[in-house]
Design a protein around this ligand. Structure first.
Ligand code: PLP
Length: 403
């Protein structure tokens, strides 16, 4: 329950055996014809779930970090292309201190890492404040845009998050897309976690506005219950793929190109690439969308029940109302009033539980103060199971207080 990794579907494990046994690589049609068709069909289907126009612009990736890298790279390259400059041909140019990316302070750290990797450094990432539910504050977004303009800075992308790593917060996607459109700024949505709601019956509307953005990260080794690794990147306008096109004759000859043979290597940062799409396809075939929705919704609904239980416990503090399948809370002993002491105490609870070998509860921070986190992805976990775990947390806390 500590982290955003799921128990995997048995069918995903079976698919994994087939992936390994057939060992097809997605980098050329002749190596993986059926796999290529399955991946393309899944990308088409995922696009339709997002609400993107029909098409197949997108690719399976190793996960959220790589998908975010693709979003940022294409946003950056499109930004330069609008100014008549090809980064692919000539590299980055201009005063890099004036080129920024905006994301909320709760966005995943891969935004910083990827901007460093792309040559812009951490300095390029400007953090927009979050509201009390850890969602991007659109007033601060407007203020940061105005400030950037006053400083002579240019914004190459806004990264919104649909499901922040700890709170599961979903930024107001529709509003952000509207603001970005006025400034002609690319929006990338990191839906590594919240993207699971595409299949949800009860909570799909949380992703309202996703169809408006330029690119999307999805991660199937989170709440799609696939084995590691399995992710996807979706690109709204396929013309942007031209920005990273490369024709390697040994993989796709000019004759293949003319004949319309699929060329997935050109859509990916990887060359040799696993047939991870098989896992999602087999998962969908085995479960059907309804059952898939049920196990996704279970985590979100359970988090709400757990939050109600935590809020009613005198020694536990609910840090925030859950939005996806995580619950942030603290143990607050009456004798500790200072936030620094409470923070250290909760760290010690997490450490003691891990050391005991009985439980691994997440330890993280909310607004700078350490708290505990349950990530409730396991569809077989019940409220009673979580109550048992919380009793263990309280028992461990009492032992530490009495030690
Ligand atoms: C919101 C978010 N984005 C991106 C990532 C990175 O995904 P991956 O670990 O698949 O690279 C994570 C990982 O937890 C995440 O929570």
């Amino acid at each position: 329950m500590a982290h955003l990794h799921c128990p995997s579907l048995v069918v995903s494990q079976a698919a994994e055996v087939l992936i390994n046994a057939t060992n097809q690589s997605m980098d050329s049609w002749d190596q993986s014809p059926s796999a290529t068709i399955i991946e393309i069909k899944l990308i088409e289907w995922l696009r339709s779930q997002v609400g993107y126009p029909a098409g197949d612009a997108g690719v399976f990736t190793s996960g959220g970090t790589q998908s975010n890298l693709m979003g940022l790279m294409l946003a950056r390259d499109a930004f330069y292309a609008r100014q008549g400059h090809s980064v692919q041909q000539h590299g980055i140019t201009g005063d890099l201190r004036k080129i920024k990316v905006l994301c909320s302070e709760n966005a995943h750290f891969s935004v910083q890492k990827n901007m460093a990797l792309l040559g812009h450094g951490y300095q390029s990432v400007v953090q927009v404040k979050s509201d009390k539910f850890a969602r991007m504050d659109v007033n601060d977004l407007q203020a940061k845009l105005a400030q950037a303009e006053a400083n002579g800075e240019q914004i190459l992308a806004i990264v919104a998050t649909a499901g922040t790593t700890d709170a599961g917060a979903i930024d107001p996607l529709r509003e952000i897309a509207g603001i970005a459109a006025k400034h002609n700024i690319w929006v990338h949505v990191d839906a590594a976690w919240g993207g699971a709601l595409l299949l949800s019956e009860k909570y799909r509307h949380y992703l309202d506005g996703l169809e408006l953005v330029d690119s999307v990260t999805l991660d199937f080794h989170k709440q799609y219950f696939q084995t590691i690794s399995c992710g996807a990147f979706l690109l709204k306008d396929e013309r942007h793929y031209e920005l990273m096109r490369y024709q390697a004759a040994y993989l796709n000859s000019e004759f293949d190109e003319e004949a319309g043979v699929p060329n997935l290597v050109s859509k990916s940062l990887q060359t040799t690439r696993r047939f991870d799409a098989l896992k999602l396809w087999m998962g969908l075939e085995a479960l059907g969308q309804k059952q898939y929705a049920a196990i996704i919704d279970h985590g979100v609904s359970l988090a709400q029940d757990v939050a109600a239980f935590v809020a009613a416990e005198p020694r536990l503090e609910l840090v925030m109302q859950p939005q996806l399948a995580s619950v942030l809370f603290r143990y607050r002993p009456a004798q500790l009033t200072d936030n620094a002491q409470v923070a250290l105490f909760n760290q010690r609870i997490g450490d003691a539980l891990l050391e005991s070998g009985r439980a691994n509860v997440g330890v993280t921070e909310s607004e700078g103060v350490t708290c505990l986190k349950l990530t409730l992805l396991n569809p077989t976990v019940t409220l009673d199971d979580v109550k048992t775990l919380l009793a263990l947390v309280e028992k461990t806390a009492n032992q530490l207080l009495n030690a």
